[in-house]
Design a protein around this ligand. Structure first.
Ligand SMILES: [Zn+2]
Length: 372
């Protein structure tokens, strides 16, 4: 019986904390009313949360005619997690607070190498970030390392890493100089976690990362569906044109060969920004490339919609430019759709640059919040 009463207490405390997260500040009475808990229960749990510095008294809330009630709020920076986004030429590091806000971001141009020097640099970047945040090391929940590769279920090993030629690389190496709990995570899965985080009402979604490489992630019931073998959502390698252009993976006609961001960047002197400026200016050759890109993308999107019947979020480098073209893309997609005349299930990403790094950090935040 004792165990049971403890667990109910834990549930109450967790509910109180989560309610406070959703509100700027609340009084004890507000909390008791909204959660249908007794005032002593609320008081007891608020005191526990205050002791742990997870919440604070933040002034008073006016009651009409009555005494002013004390207000409680969450302390967002009570803990933080760190996320790294490793790409071929760049390292992005972010720190995320308990609200999921990115409170620190840094980028470094550094080509990926499987050397001790490189992994030491990762460690230094983490240490620097912790120092800049002026947070005690004990407040750092963990470090998520997002990489363009497929990761084993235990988050320890890259089992397919053709993009960076790092198949077989381990967390032990990546985190050799990182003195915090760490995980490896697939980059597209991480980016999708960020997008789901800012849409708490969303239960199911498919996230497409339209970057140099194309990744995807399936979210069912708010969880990443990784598949039986951690290979789900690999939308970059669905066949879009039978026996079409060669893909780096060795197959022909993959979506990646038609919708990689590099195809657009190459047409814009190596810059996506230049490319999209030229599209805006109406340059005929660039418009043609962009139209073709959207056309192939619409095939992939329609296939995803037919399979999953859920919202589809467009992210990655190209997703960040998609707001202006989303209506055009929606039209192309709806023309292919057997059941629907509108493609309002198609959404552009909220995070424009740091989705992957933030999403690598968020699992630590979520885990912590769930156990409060
Ligand atoms: Zn492929």
């Amino acid at each position: 019986m004792k165990a049971k009463s403890v667990s109910i207490k834990d549930i109450n405390r967790n509910q109180i904390y989560k309610l406070l997260r959703q509100n700027e500040s609340l009084s004890k009475q507000d909390i008791a009313y909204q959660l249908q808990l007794s005032l002593p229960t609320v008081t007891q749990n608020l005191n526990l949360l205050l002791e742990q510095n997870l919440i604070a008294n933040t002034g008073t809330i006016g009651n009409t005619g009555g005494r002013k009630a004390r207000a409680y709020s969450c302390v967002s920076n009570a803990k933080a997690a760190i996320g790294l986004d490793i790409t071929r030429h760049q390292i992005t590091i972010v720190a995320v607070d308990l609200s999921g806000n990115v409170i620190q971001i840094k980028r470094k141009n550094e080509p990926f190498e499987r050397t001790d020097e490189y992994f030491r640099l990762l460690g230094m970047m983490v240490q620097e970030t912790v120092k800049d945040l002026e947070l005690e090391p004990s407040k750092i929940l963990g470090v998520g390392i997002a990489v363009p590769g497929l990761i084993t279920e235990d988050h320890q090993t890259v089992f397919y890493g053709k993009i960076l030629d790092f198949t077989g690389e381990t967390l032990r190496q990546f985190a050799k100089y990182i003195p915090y709990p760490s995980i490896l995570i697939n980059d597209a899965n991480a980016a999708g976690i960020s997008e789901m985080w800012v849409r708490p009402e969303m239960t199911n979604a498919f996230y497409i990362s339209l970057s140099t490489n194309i990744g995807g992630a399936v979210y069912i019931d708010k969880q990443v569906y990784t598949g039986e073998n951690q290979k789900s959502g690999e939308i970059g390698h669905i066949t879009i044109v039978p026996d079409g252009f060669p893909c780096y993976c060795g197959q022909m006609g993959c979506l990646e060969a038609y919708c990689s961001a590099s195809l657009l960047a190459d047409a814009g002197n190596g810059s996506l920004e230049i490319f999209f400026n030229q599209v805006k200016e109406g340059k005929a050759d660039k418009l043609k490339i962009w139209d073709q890109y959207l056309w192939y993308l619409s095939i992939a999107i329609n296939n995803i919609r037919m399979l999953f019947d859920c919202d589809i979020i467009l992210g990655g480098y190209v997703g960040a430019f998609m707001d202006e073209y989303i209506d055009t893309l929606k039209k192309l997609v709806s023309l292919r759709n057997t059941f629907e005349h509108r493609a309002d299930f198609l959404l552009t990403c909220n995070y424009k640059t740091e989705a992957i790094a933030a999403g690598a950090a968020l699992p630590f935040i979520k885990e912590f919040i769930d156990q409060i």
